[in-house]
Design a protein around this ligand. Sequence first.
Ligand SMILES: Nc1ncnc2c1ncn2[C@@H]1O[C@H](COP(=O)(O)OP(=O)(O)OP(=O)(O)O)[C@@H](O)[C@H]1O
Length: 924
Amino acid sequence: MTRLVGPVAFLYSHSKPQPENIYQVLLMNPHLEVYASENGKPNSLSEGHNGDVAEETENKFYEACQLKQGCYADLPAAKIAELMKGNLRNSSTQSLFKVVNKILDDSIERKNGDIPHRMGFLLKRVVQEIEQRVSTQAESFKKQNNLYKVLGEKYQSRMRILETLATGTSEENEVVMNQLQKIKIEKTEIEENKKLEEQDVIQLVQEKDRSEIQISALKQELELAKMTYEKHCLQLETDAKETEVELEKKLMELEYLLSDSRNKVKELETFSESKSLRWKKKELSYKCFLDSQFGSLQELRVASESIKQEVSKTQKVYSEEFYHLGVKLKGLVDAAENYHTVLAENRKLYNEVQDLKGNIRVYCRIRPFLPGQSKKHTTIEYIGENGELVVANPLKQGKDSHRLFKFNKVFGPAATQEEVFLDTQPLIRSVLDGYNVCIFAYGQTGSGKTYTMTGPNISSREDWGVNYRALNDLFHLSQSRKNSITYEVCVQMVEIYNEQVRDLLSNVLDLMNIGLMNRAVGATALNERSSRSHSIVTVHVRGTDLESDAVLRGSLHLVDLAGSERVDRSEATGDRLREAQHINKSLSALGDVIFALAQKNSHVPYRNSKLTQVLQSSLGGQAKTLMFVQLNPDVESYFESVSTLKFAERVSGVELGAARSNKEGRGVRELMEQVASLKDTIAKKDEEIGRLRLLKTSVNGERHGMSSPRYGSSSPRRHSVGPPRPGQTLPGGKSSGLTDKAVSDLDNNNSSEYSDKHSEAGSHQSMDDFRHHKEFFQQSRLAVANGRQNITGNIESRLALVDGSQNTTEDIELLGFGDADAGERLSDISDGELSMGTETDGSMCSIVEFTLFPETMKTQANSTEKPGVPSKLPRPLQRQVQKATSRLSLMRGSSKASSSSKKTSVGGGGLGVDYISDSSNFGL
Ligand SMILES: Nc1ncnc2c1ncn2[C@@H]1O[C@H](COP(=O)(O)OP(=O)(O)OP(=O)(O)O)[C@@H](O)[C@H]1O
């Protein structure tokens, strides 16, 4: 490209002079540069705007020329031209001009104007070069000029168009101006926004700084975290390695297990295949079975349809029949209701018949298992509502193992003290109507006798036994009747221990006070001895009808017997053996009495024990007697229980005769008193006769020795009475007044041998079923026999052997031997016709007196021996006994001393029981 700049462009545009040759151009513009084109021709003329570059080129060219001058002076011109050719082409036009000027200057300096050939050639070449360059430049100027001309025209036409357009768009210009204004406003707004944004930007920058700080802090944290993370990573890696090792181990194990389980799976697969085969077979068989069942079901459906029809038919028939049955049933229900009332009436009537017959009532009570005892093993099989009891033998099975017993009532283990008492209450209340009542508890040790009679805990009303409840009830009843009848009530508590009778308490207040004050000691002392002694609480009642002045007397004996099996099990010696023998004796005597009564024997051996003596009025008289048979349900006690039940069954068959109330009209009482005084005089006479007889006998004995069979026996009984004949008049003018039966009783009673045999025979007959009881009866008899061997026929000695020497006199006295009127008393007791309450000497009071206070009798008999309290008794009890005895003596003394005393002595001779007038004191 060729540019026109500087003076050339100026020349072209203003003067437009057309240079006629290259020299002119070069002269006009010494700075004009002419560049050779690549093809060796100058293609442009350019101003050398860098003088330094041009100067450098010029110097180089000149130096080259001078060099060539010196060096190549001899070279031909062609050769020089060839060498110059490259430099010419590459040199600028200005440097060429300079070269020309130099050459010319040099030639002028030489003054001859002579130019060396070589320089001239060079000059020619340079000029040619410059001419060539100028001509090409001029041509391009022409072309450009033409081009500019075309362009000028074009622009002028455009200018014209634009001018026309400019006039047409002035209005639009206004709009555009307006828009421009708007745009300006927008621009200012934008600028403001921009400012704001700049502020924002500043803020953002600040924030950015802050965040950068944060970022740097975070980066630090990150660094730290990275460090810890790396540490952690390291730890993890070590852990991972360890776990990897473990896992590898486990993997090994698992692989082993896997292979094992694979084997098992294979086994199971084979097993399951065999099973599935079996199941398939089964399925097939079931299918066959189901098909057959389905078939039979179809048949059944058909059959059931027909049956349904039949059933509906029969239902109709049944409903009709049911209707008829309903009608009949209604009638039956009515009848059943009546039946129950009839049954109740029957029971009542039965009881009345029993009352009339005077049967001993027997209630059986079964105690519950004690804590610690196994409740599974019980002998009690069934308890009926009407007194049936079935016991099972644990050693047998089948029918033989069961035994049925029937009593008036059976109380199960769950029966309460209240329930037991309610069934006993009517009997107890009849005491206030003048009846003698005896309630005794019989059974083996630990069967619940004391529980029933006394109760386990007297401080709790609920636990009160029959004794406390009876006393409470009697006192309350007597209080409620006080407007029509005044009652005098006396309570005695007696214990028969080793055949000695001990009056423990004679006053109900003392009973209650000692019970309350000294409960623990008293209770313990009593319990200790309970198995080895018979305890008897006696309530004497005397009532006076305020209207008729009639007097009624009743007595209630509440007896807790000693354990029935004690002797059987006893392997005791010494004191315990003695106790056992006494218990044996008394229980066997009770058995003898009961069996004699059951067989309606003419003789009933009451005298064989203190127990039977004390209970005589309640067993043989017109008394109401109830026996509680206590059972232990434990299988270990089965045989004991069965023998107890057999004994009880026997007892329940005993008829005592209809009970009779001891009521006396005023006349009767007066007569009784006369009879009593007469008896007293007779007794005195008898005593005198006895003394005379003794005197006579001693005189005869002296004369004839002691060989008389009549008086040979030392038994005063034989001596005094002998076997009387009916109607025989007793010495002293007193008719025996006894029937044949009474006489024989009397005889039997006095003949110990006969009595023993008789009782034994009775026992043997009646006790076939009661082997166990028989055993202890025999045991007791052995003791008696031992005594008999030593002194045959000597009753005193025999008794001394049985009861111990210290009690000999006492026993003789108690049994009536050695007492002149004993025969009479015995006859009274034996005679069933004589009531204990109607005969003074044979009354319960006198018997109790007689039994309780042998020392009194001894005094009467002028005996010198006095029984002491047995040393075997526990000390507190001894004190009690002594206290009670002395108190009773005092009471007797006072009643004797003053007939107007509030305490009334009953029984004649001041030997009765002291009644306490003020019964209100006894409210419990
Ligand atoms: N019905 C009953 N309910 C609860 N416990 C009873 C019953 N009967 C008896 N027991 C308990 O059985 C045990 C023995 O009773 P208990 O002392 O009355 O017999 P026992 O026949 O009088 O004996 P022992 O002949 O030795 O005097 C006691 O612990 C008593 O509390």
